[in-house]
Design a protein around this ligand. Structure first.
Ligand code: ATP
Ligand code: MG
Length: 506
């Protein structure tokens, strides 16, 4: 209480204390049943071998808030080699700062050796971002290196004590996010912390303490110097936090919705797409809150859809058929975003599949709807279609038809298809083809030809597969696909560093 009072008077942001406050179960109220048995296994094995070991970081924060942690990180004074020797399935990962992944079945726990404080000699980039700082240290030093006071507490399952070095307990109680140390210096060292504070504020419904918030607006552009793959990881956490919409609102509130993340600029600057994105994020949040899985591919396909749509329309207006026009638009958008976002190959491929299915939902005659129903990612494509209907982009009748078709038995399905095939609604409008403007009276023939060409494209779109547009890093050529795309995939499958990753769409 007195310490809190002194801190308040002095305006001290996060103590740097070498002696932690130690709180027993009556004081912190953590329910030991919420601690994963595997985390207890890891800490007790390390402790029995003579080491210190604690649950640390977000898990302690969440336990204190009475929320089930999504994962458990362990901090110890054992070196990675010493940790590895104690567990049957343990893998040292990371070249610069090694950590150990300990596996129990599907459960993965990250075990980190206490890190030492950042020294002035640590290598930095020209903006002051710390590039490498890999010394081991004491627990107090480890606490000082963590980002926010509420993330710098250690819980020992054996004694049920919480060790609090920076007043994290008080900040949990007052729902405050406070950076440890001098805010500008900490953001300069690692600009990703600016994203993290926004994410935590939205996710935890905490306030950002004024001096923690103040430098963000000015320093936000430093995010641009962080490797794309790292920003992408953090952004994915933000979007999949179950509070993505709240995070976006928080970004706006902090004045961070421009310049912080290239993708958010794209999303928030397209007024037409905003409703679509809001609906998509809301649906994602609800799925996550209900404990369901969410596909990053679906999420990113939604975020970038209106960019694709704009280009798709432009290609069609220029005389391209709908399906090749969509391929070209998808190529372009993925090309321009892969590098900025370091989109993984699998995510890019899922996005393409979802986009490519969209025109096929309009083909409700003959065998088309049955074929689409069998598509491996039908569900994702259909959910996407419903979002397009809900956002007002297309007539909701189409979504309703597919819902009914999906739920119907064979007899009704056949009736639905024949009703569509005989109705006027089945006729698709197509743009006049470049260099093929037909004379009056020849309309039927030209249209039939166009229809056949587009049907062929649609069939190929079944195989609108995972090949990224730029698997060899070259800009996408305008092309009509012939033959299976798979055969034409370039190299670039691997690519270790972030640059390689970005170029190959990994
Ligand atoms: P979440 O519930 O979203 O996983 P978390 O706090 O556990 O939140 P992680 O990214 O899993 O977040 O990081 C684990 C811990 O590592 C954090 O609680 C914090 O102590 C430390 N940490 C992570 N990123 C940073 C960073 N950029 N700078 C300093 N400390 C960090
Ligand atoms: Mg975590």
């Amino acid at each position: 209480m007195i310490k809190k009072f002194i801190r308040k008077i002095l305006g001290v942001k996060g103590r740097t204390n070498h002696e932690p406050d130690i709180l027993g179960p009556d004081q912190h109220g953590i329910d030991p049943k919420m601690v994963s048995s595997n985390a207890v296994r890891v800490t007790s094995t390390l402790q029995e071998a003579g080491f210190e070991a604690f649950v640390v970081g977000g898990a302690v924060r969440d336990l204190l808030l009475g929320v089930k942690p999504k994962d458990f990180d362990i901090a110890t004074n054992a070196t990675p080699e010493q940790v590895k020797r104690l567990f049957r399935r343990a893998f040292i990962i990371g070249r610069r700062f090694q950590i150990v992944h300990v596996m129990f079945g599907q459960d993965l726990l990250e075990v980190t050796t206490f890190r030492g404080t950042t020294t002035d000699n640590a290598p930095k980039d020209e903006h002051g971002r710390v590039l490498r700082d890999n010394t081991f240290g004491s627990q107090a030093e480890d606490a000082e290196r963590r980002d926010f006071t509420v993330n710098a507490m250690y819980y020992n399952p054996a004694t049920q004590q919480v060790l609090d070095y920076h007043g994290g307990i008080g900040d949990i109680r007052s729902k405050t996010l406070r950076i440890i140390g001098q805010p500008e210096a900490r953001y300069r060292e690692d600009p990703v912390r600016m994203l993290r504070v926004v994410r935590f504020a939205a996710k935890l419904k905490f306030d950002i303490e004024p001096s923690t918030a103040a430098p963000i607006k000015v320093m936000a552009p430093l995010i641009n110097n962080v490797p794309a793959a790292r920003v992408f990881d953090e952004m994915l956490k933000l979007l999949m936090s179950g509070q993505a919409l709240a995070c976006l609102q928080q970004l706006r509130k902090e004045g961070l919705h421009h310049g912080l993340l290239p993708l958010l600029d794209v999303v928030l600057e397209q007024p037409l797409g905003f409703k679509f994105v809001t609906l998509a994020l809301d649906a994602t949040d609800r799925r996550i809150m209900a404990g369901k899985t969410v596909s990053p591919g679906f999420l990113f396909a939604s975020l970038l859809w209106h960019q694709v749509l704009e280009k798709w329309n432009a290609y069609q207006a220029a005389g391209e058929f709908p399906i090749p026009a969509l391929h070209l638009a998808a190529d372009e958008v993925l090309e321009s975003q892969t590098e900025k976002l370091a989109l993984q190959r699998k995510i890019g491929s899922d996005m393409r599949d979802i986009w490519a299915m969209q025109p096929r939902f309009e083909r409700r005659n003959g065998k088309n709807p049955y074929k689409l129903l069998e598509h491996l990612r039908f569900r994702a494509g259909y959910d996407f279609l419903l979002l397009r209907c809900a956002s007002g982009e297309i007539d909701p009748e189409l979504g309703d038809w597919w819902t009914a078709f999906w739920e119907a038995d064979e007899v009704i399905r056949a009736e639905m298809v024949s009703a569509v095939s005989s109705g006027a609604g089945s006729k698709r409008k197509r743009p006049p083809r470049r260099g093929q403007r037909h004379k009056e009276g020849e309309e039927g023939g030209a249209d039939a030809e166009a229809e056949a060409a587009d049907d062929a494209q649609a069939d190929e779109a079944d195989d609108f597969d995972s090949a990224p547009p730029d698997s060899n890093g070259a800009p996408p050529k305008r092309r009509r696909r012939r033959g299976p795309r798979r055969n034409r995939r370039g190299g670039g499958e691997g690519g270790n560093g972030p640059a390689g990753d970005a170029a190959s769409g990994q």
